[in-house]
Write a protein that binds this ligand. Structure first.
Ligand code: SF4
Length: 68
């Protein structure tokens, strides 16, 4: 399914996995990662995003390292 907002979404997408077919289609991106107990790339800071580990655990660890 296409996304009417793809161009706009891509302008703020922080995902570095450029070959992903869901890039810019946020509905599909969220659904995919939710089904895998993960979060989309845009929830992670730049350094953590580049690990490609989108797990809840990695997200929590990122915040714990920040002291938040
Ligand atoms: S966050 Fe995941 S689904 Fe979304 S564009 Fe990046 S690799 Fe694809």
């Amino acid at each position: 399914m296409g996304c009417d907002n793809k161009k706009n979404n891509l302008s703020s997408c922080t995902c570095t996995y450029s070959s992903c077919d869901k890039k810019g289609n946020c509905c599909a991106c969220v659904a995919y990662h939710r089904d895998n107990d993960e979060l989309p790339a845009c929830f992670f800071d730049e350094k953590t995003e580049r690990t490609y580990d989108r797990s809840f655990r990695n997200f929590v660890n990122m915040f714990n390292k920040r002291g938040k």
